[in-house]
Design a protein. Structure first.
Length: 119
């Protein structure tokens, strides 16, 4: 298993997911069930430095935090923490996420559904 930061190709919702390590990681969006793909590395981060694991230190740190979060969540394993974000840009509410997605030309409906589910 490996930790990937996966981004939905339809609505842009981004979430760290533990899935089988592969050259072509693919999963489905938690919100809208469309295909999610790994977030491409930022410019300058695509260079693999000697001594660094290919996932990089940031990913390793996120993995550690995810493991800690998983331990904390052990008594509620089916309640993942879903933080409202669009393409990794965190916002204060699902309604805000819907507006941001629409402004980016992404599908805002999954965020609208989350906002309605909370009200
Ligand atoms: Zn989605």
């Amino acid at each position: 298993m490996a930790l990937y930061r996966m981004r939905c190709t339809s609505c842009g919702f981004t979430q760290d997911r533990r899935i089988a390590a592969t050259l072509d990681p693919k999963t489905f969006c938690t919100l809208c069930e469309q295909e999610a793909r790994p977030v491409p590395p930022k410019r300058g981060q695509e260079i693999v430095r000697t001594g660094d694991d290919w996932v990089g230190k940031g990913m390793e740190l996120r993995a550690q935090m995810a493991r800690r979060a998983a331990r904390v969540q052990q008594d509620a394993p089916h309640a993942p923490t879903l933080r409202p974000n669009v393409e990794g840009e965190e916002v204060g509410s699902w309604a805000e996420a819907a507006r941001l997605a629409a402004s980016k030309g992404l599908d805002p409906r999954p965020f609208t559904r989350m906002a309605e589910a909370q009200s």
